[in-house]
Design a protein. Structure first.
Length: 150
């Protein structure tokens, strides 16, 4: 059986709701977001040419904090562990936000040279569940041309 190889990973915790004011989450958690937007806010992106393009406005509000700049590991579990350490001391605030109808998830990116997405230790899944936060993994394996034929 070939060894699983993952080359990149990061994770974000996202809080969202139709009319969410992201400042509500910042004040509740006392943590700095990496991205925020409100419902209807203009969406602008600088493209490689340097030109600024405008896209459809955001639908719903969101607050997110990512491990990408703070954790240097291709192992997804390490990234979620970092986010859990940031959030667990604020469990009451997280539960209060969720009780107010705000949704939350851990949105995870992972890529590697195997078709099998990374698995997470039960302890990490249990800790996320205790906070009331679902884990969603977006995994990118090798292209079909790179996969061995059997």
């Amino acid at each position: 059986m070939p060894k699983r190889v993952y080359d990149r990973a990061y994770a974000s915790v996202r809080f969202s709701a139709d009319k969410l004011d992201p400042l509500t989450v910042t004040l509740a958690l006392r943590l700095p977001p990496d991205h925020t937007h409100r419902d209807g806010e203009t969406r602008l992106r600088r493209v490689r040419s340097g030109q600024v393009k405008q896209y459809a406005p955001y639908r719903g509000g969101m607050w997110s904090m990512s491990s990408e700049k703070w954790v240097q590991s291709p192992r997804l579990a390490v990234h979620i562990e970092w986010l859990l350490r940031e959030l667990e001391p604020k469990t009451d605030a997280v539960r209060s936000l969720l009780a107010d109808g705000i949704e939350a998830d851990f949105f995870c990116f992972s890529s590697g040279s195997t078709a099998t997405p990374p698995s997470l230790p039960r302890a990490i899944r249990d800790r996320a569940a205790a906070l009331g936060i679902e884990i969603v993994i977006d995994y990118y394996g090798p292209s079909e041309a790179e996969q061995p034929t059997v």
